[in-house]
Design a protein around this ligand. Structure first.
Ligand code: CAA
Length: 379
């Protein structure tokens, strides 16, 4: 596979890089410290066309490809993983779900404003009793005339407190197990919908992670996505795409940390010479650069498979597993390279290490990725 970027991909990379360095990096520490959702930057990203990169122009998007979008998540995550996941959850989990499964009417009503960045999206699958075991949904949806009535709650929802549009999963027929799960588009202002607990997190602290509560929530019949009972497959397929986004976030975090560490060890002197002259540290840097390159190849490969319409389930799982591992291992080593300073908030590497951890957990833990990979070999 050839990962030489096309002119268009290079332009996206340059545009996002400039935005990341000029607008995102300067407030990244404050966003982390204060848990302040960076709404102004998200609005600016919308104006720059970043909230709909892989969607067609008639659907409000930029008409770009999957790799361009993945590069955008990577570039943002190099300086601020919070901003990276806001874009990833919005694009991969909400807008893509509607793009790939919605009717023309649903696309016109919901995808267009999402892709233009006028509205923000989220994805509600996880429940207190349905985390890794996503098919154990307890939220119910009952058809009553021209609308469904949803009852239940979702937890750990990225963009939860700030999104306008939610793709929500609920049981329309409990007796059918995962074949009884259906997907719905829910607006934040629908009667009976509210935001519950707001999580106080270790990392990605500026992103909004909340509970969603549906209490006799009225959802118009036409907001069912696909057919009744197809929700679990829609969720799994959507998560395959989401995992490439999180893999790109993990890759960006690792690259950002290495960049900081390389600059630091060239400047910092101990025993009369710069740290970069010590072979032990050179070896650490060489290993990290190699791990990052390998992660990048897996992430870009999964993005290209999705773009080409090929099966990317296992490639996405491998990319997320490896990139998340890399993000944890690289950020931990980078904190070590900074010594005592690395443990303080004077430098961004401690934040990057905290941010890296979530990439091993959300959108399927590393153990889930191994289940998917092993399942493909042992089935
Ligand atoms: N694409 C399409 N269909 C799929 C699929 C895929 N990738 N994976 C499974 N399916 C289908 C199967 O073909 C099967 O269909 P049939 O019943 O018709 O045969 C059905 O789904 C059930 O498959 P499994 O028996 O393999 O499913 P399972 O219940 O054993 O679960 C699992 C497998 C991999 C553990 C899955 O439940 C899973 O991925 N769990 C993790 C959930 C997850 O990632 N949650 C993250 C939520 S979002 C988030 O983190 C937050 C955020 O906002 C950023």
């Amino acid at each position: 596979m050839n990962f030489e970027l096309t002119t268009e991909q290079q332009l996206v990379k340059q545009m996002v890089r400039e935005f990341a360095v000029n607008e995102v990096k300067p407030i990244a520490a404050e966003v982390d410290e204060t848990e302040k959702f960076p709404m102004e930057n998200v609005k600016k990203m919308g104006a720059l066309g970043m909230m709909g990169i892989p969607f067609s122009k008639e659907n409000g998007g930029a008409g770009g490809d999957v790799l361009s979008y993945i590069i955008a998540v990577e570039e943002l995550s190099k300086v601020c993983a919070t901003t990276g996941v806001i874009l990833s959850a919005h694009t991969s989990l909400c807008a893509s779900l509607i793009n790939e499964n919605g009717t023309p009417e649903q696309k016109a009503k919901y995808l267009v404003p999402l892709a233009k960045g006028e509205k923000l999206g989220a994805f509600g699958l996880t429940e207190p009793g349905a985390g890794t075991d996503a098919s154990g949904q307890q939220t119910t949806a009952v058809l009553e005339g021209d609308h469904y009535v949803l009852n239940g709650s979702k937890i750990f929802i990225t963009n939860g407190g700030v999104a306008d549009v939610f793709c929500i999963f609920a049981m329309t027929d409990k007796s059918k197990g995962n074949h009884g799960i259906s997907a719905f588009i829910v607006e934040k202002d629908f009667p009976g919908f509210s935001i519950g607990k707001v999580e106080n997190k270790m990392g990605i602290r500026g992103s909004s992670t909340t509970e969603l509560i549906m209490q006799d929530c009225i959802v118009p019949k036409e907001n069912l996505i696909g057919q009744e009972g197809k929700g679990f497959k829609i969720a799994m397929k959507t998560l395959d795409g989401g995992r490439i986004g999180i893999a790109a976030q993990a890759l960006g975090i690792a690259e950002g940390a290495l960049e900081e560490a390389v600059n630091y060890i060239k400047e910092r002197k101990q025993f009369g010479r710069s740290l970069a002259k010590f072979q032990g540290l050179q070896w650490m840097v060489a290993e990290m650069a190699t791990e990052i390159e390998a992660a990048k190849n897996l992430v870009y490969q999964a993005a290209c498979l999705k773009q080409d319409g090929k099966n990317y389930t296992v490639a996405a799982a491998k990319a997320k597993l490896f990139a998340a591992n890399t993000a944890m291992s690289v950020t931990t080593k980078c904190v070590q390279l900074f010594g005592g300073y690395g443990y303080t908030k004077e430098y961004p590497v401690e934040r990057m290490m905290r941010d890296a951890k979530i990439t091993e957990i959300y959108e399927g833990t590393s153990e889930v990725q191994k289940m998917v990979i092993a399942g493909s070999l042992l089935r």
